[in-house]
Ligand binder design. Structure first.
Ligand SMILES: *Cc1c(COP(=O)(O)O)cnc(C)c1O
Length: 817
């Protein structure tokens, strides 16, 4: 093992311990644990009870049951006597303790550490530096964008003797945070990528934000930055600085030049000579990130000719895990851009959250940087695959071949190269399973990915699972801890998918799901969703399926109530959970307030059902002009449920708040809230929660055509061209859910960062855009739905309709950054 192990004494010395309760002094620590959903390497694990939204102290029993025996906890939070053979270190703050331990670990190593901060581009710069420097260095870098107070600690913990350079990303969101990160990272080289102009929440001013970021430079011997990003802020004293920019800088940028339409040559002056790099990108962000890397390599003493050569080969970074529907009802997680141990851990973690299929296959290539610790590395790969209970391994490459025997305990197929795998693919059976595809670049696994993908056209609806999780957490942060959360996943989760979203919600431990129809609930059950599910419009003909899949009906009238009770009684079922819908003003479904007495009588006459919850729906919780009406709805609800409560004598959940009401009517949160559209990133009109849009509808430019003033576009010659222009045809039409009302310039799409209007009528499968004189190329990405609220307004509808209207033939792609 190359991983360093620490004795308890060393750990105690490294962190600010108030008290140590040691039952097993010989314990050794090699792994940091903080989430009971991810407990690997338990025997050498130290569990930190972090006090986030979910208090880690509530999970000690679970971790203990799983075999963890070492804990870092806050005072008076855990009944320590209940765990007689476990070690407990008691500290003021478990988060600070994990940081102190990471900092201690980092200081065991003398090799250079590059620290990167900035508003944008951190992760790209980190990944590009990794590419550019890896011919000379064995590099450990932060996985994905692990740059938070916890993420940095976990990243540093991965440092080992076998590396000789670390690249660590640091991100902050409020004052004071960089100080902690900087003391942990102690970068030898510190890089500031860019600073966004907006003055971020969490800081008193833009200067304060910049000053805070510059704290990263404190211990560095080399600082690399653009003076324009720093403005008036003062730089800590640093031995060497290397700057880039337009003015008097070390690397003075002269001008850019577009090469063959898709590459960019950047000219600069350095040490009196004119030099240049050519990068395979043209957008401003990529240029800025590439220059930042250029400056870093020059500062590290690289020859300009070496840099120029490597820069031509930079590639766009797929910084996310994508999941798509594959052939034969498979889900394919496509992570074919990199292959190293830390990203494998993340990918397997994501994979195991997918419960929709019974089995798991991993397709894995050789690890590129494995040369000297090969033996260890493959042993750890084996352990990872085993602890994640992977059913089948398909490996590709010569190194894997050498370690063939390690994997003999699992179903294992091996291929010498990607071509051999592709040739064999038709004979391998892939059916109803989750497939993780993970390969180093040179194995070109994107070819395997294409072969495994279900066929479809180029329009995709991309769902950012991080954004969904973020939005969920935003709402949770304003709910008292005892208030439960029901997530509305009706209508394919507002168009965003079905089991993929439900899975994420289940993993994040929401309390309830709600769907409109029994069929939707059945699909979720078949995909491994075990959360309670409320069905809002169960038809009497679907009651059998409802019972067979333990779904819970909303009962809204005496006729459905009686019918359901009759069925339960005929089967001898008792206490079946039901949800009572009350009509307090919507006048859609529900018992009206004057039916409460009768309902109480009916409930008293049967023990077949048990009221799990009673609820109603607000009609205008978003509208200040109707606040009085909302008030009467709340009062009517309170009156109804109070009588019901009194009569039933057992507790049930009361809920009435939808997305807008969660924020606008905290008093209406009651026992549970029903979160719908907010989850997908669209909040209430007056809301202040910083939500992230979860879905992006995208397509590509299929064809470009020059047209002259006076020509017409599309059916009925509706589109008229006033001056010479270029028309881009994109493959999305009203059959995909792109509303006809967006035609003739009402709607717009975004190409290369610019909004371009539609021209002519929208066709069934196609739309034409007037791109004017912009530089647009066939194959360019086109964002169809960006700001859903404004777009919906422009055609007199609401974002709900746009989302739910995206047709099922549009492929959904899920990704995780
Ligand atoms: C759809 C729905 C919700 C969610 O509404 P949002 O405004 O999307 O949060 C809540 N309750 C009921 C009964 C619903 O049908």
């Amino acid at each position: 093992m190359h991983k360093r192990l620490y004795s308890l004494d060393e750990v105690i010395a490294a962190i600010t311990t108030i008290q140590a309760i040691i039952r097993n002094p010989r314990a050794q620590i090699g792994n940091l644990l903080y989430d009971t959903r991810k407990l690997t390497g338990k025997a050498l694990g130290l569990f930190f009870a972090l006090e986030g939204r979910r208090d880690g102290h509530g999970y000690i029993a679970e971790a203990y049951k799983a075999g963890v025996r070492n804990y870092v906890v806050a005072p008076n939070k855990v009944a320590i006597d209940r765990y007689p053979d476990a070690n407990f270190l008691i500290v003021e703050s478990p988060l600070r303790a994990i940081q102190e331990l990471a900092s201690f670990h980092r200081q065991r190593f003398n090799y250079p550490v590059i620290g990167i901060t900035g508003s944008n581009g951190k992760t790209i710069v980190k990944e590009w530096l990794y590419e550019l420097l890896s011919p000379e260095y064995r590099i450990i870098r932060s996985p994905k964008s692990y740059n938070s107070q916890l993420g940095v600690a976990l990243s540093l913990w991965e440092m080992e003797d076998t590396y000789d350079l670390a690249i660590i990303e640091a991100g902050i969101s409020k004052e004071g945070e960089m100080n902690t990160l900087s003391r942990m990272i102690r970068p030898t080289i510190a890089i500031l990528t860019t600073i966004g102009r907006a003055h971020a929440a969490g800081f008193p001013s833009l200067e304060a934000k910049i000053g805070e970021k510059l704290t990263l430079f404190t211990s560095a011997t080399q600082a690399i930055y653009h003076p324009g990003h720093i403005g008036e802020a003062t730089l800590p004293t640093v031995e060497n600085t290397f700057t880039w920019g337009d003015g008097d800088t070390t690397l003075q940028l002269l001008h850019d030049e577009l090469v063959e339409g898709h590459r960019c040559r950047i000219h600069a002056r350095y040490n009196g000579a004119e030099i240049s790099i050519t990068i395979p990108f043209t957008d401003g962000a990529a240029r800025e990130n590439a220059v930042c890397c250029w400056a870093t390599l020059l500062a590290m003493g690289y020859e300009q000719s070496v840099i120029a050569d490597r820069m031509t080969r930079l590639r766009p970074m797929e910084m996310r895990l994508e999941m798509k529907r594959g052939i034969n009802n498979c889900s394919v997680i496509d992570d074919s851009y990199s292959n190293d141990l830390s990203s494998l851990v993340i990918a397997l973690d994501f994979m195991k959250r997918q419960r929709q299929h019974p089995s798991y296959t991993v397709i894995l290539s050789d690890f590129p940087e494995s040369d000297q610790r090969e033996e260890d590395l493959y042993k750890r790969v084996k352990e990872l695959l085993q602890s994640n209970k992977i059913n089948r391994l398909i490996s590709v490459g010569e190194t894997f071949m050498r370690h063939h025997r390690k994997f003999s305990a699992m179903a294992h197929l091996h291929f010498p190269d990607t071509d051999a795998l592709l040739a064999a693919l038709p004979t391998l059976v892939f059916r109803d399973e989750t497939i993780l595809l993970k390969g180093a670049r040179k194995f070109a696994f994107e070819r395997v990915s294409r072969a495994l993908m279900a066929k479809s056209h180029e329009t995709v609806f991309e769902i950012n699972l991080n954004a969904l999780e973020h939005n969920l957490n935003q709402y949770r942060s304003i709910l008292p801890s005892q208030v439960k959360l029901m997530a509305m996943v009706k209508a394919f989760s507002y168009g965003s998918g079905s089991f993929e979203i439900a899975n994420l919600l289940q993993f994040n431990q929401v309390d309830y799901l709600a769907v409109a129809y029994v069929d939707e609930g059945v699909e979720l059950r078949k995909s491994g969703i075990h959360l309670p599910i409320m069905v809002m419009s169960p038809s009497t003909s679907s009651f059998d399926a409802l019972l067979a899949h333990s779904l819970e009906p909303e009962l809204f009238s005496f006729s459905v109530f009686d019918e359901f009770v009759r069925l339960l009684s005929s089967r001898g079922l008792k206490d079946y959970p039901i949800h009572i819908k009350i009509d307090t003003g919507m006048h859609r479904l529900g018992f009206s307030p004057d039916e409460v007495g009768l309902l109480i009588d009916r409930l008293g006459q049967t023990d077949a059902v048990k009221v799990q919850s009673a609820f109603s729906h607000l009609v205008a919780s978003d509208d200040p002009g109707e606040d009085d009406f909302t008030g009467t709805q709340l009062a009517a609800f309170d009156a109804f449920t109070s009588r019901l409560q009194h009569a039933l004598g057992y507790p049930f959940l009361r809920h009435i708040a939808n997305t807008a009401a969660i924020e606008r009517w905290p008093g209406a949160q009651l026992d549970m809230v029903r979160l719908g559209i907010g989850l997908y990133g669209i909040g209430s009109r007056q809301g202040t929660l910083p939500l992230q849009p979860a879905g992006t509808l995208k397509t590509t430019v299929a064809q470009l055509r020059k047209v002259r003033a006076g020509e017409s576009i599309g059916y009925g010659r509706k589109g008229r061209i006033m001056k010479d222009s270029t028309i881009a045809t994109v493959k999305i039409g009203y059959a995909d859910g792109y509303d006809r009302r967006f035609g003739n310039g009402v709607g717009y799409m975004t190409v290369r960062g610019r909004a371009v209007p539609t021209v002519g009528d929208i066709c069934m499968d196609m739309t034409m855009l007037d791109v004017g004189s912009m530089d647009v190329y066939e194959g360019d990405e086109v964002i169809v739905f960006g700001d859903m609220v404004a777009l919906a307004n422009s055609i007199g509808t609401i974002p709900y309709e746009l989302l739910a209207g995206i047709s099922q033939r549009v492929k959904r792609v899920y990704y995780y950054e």
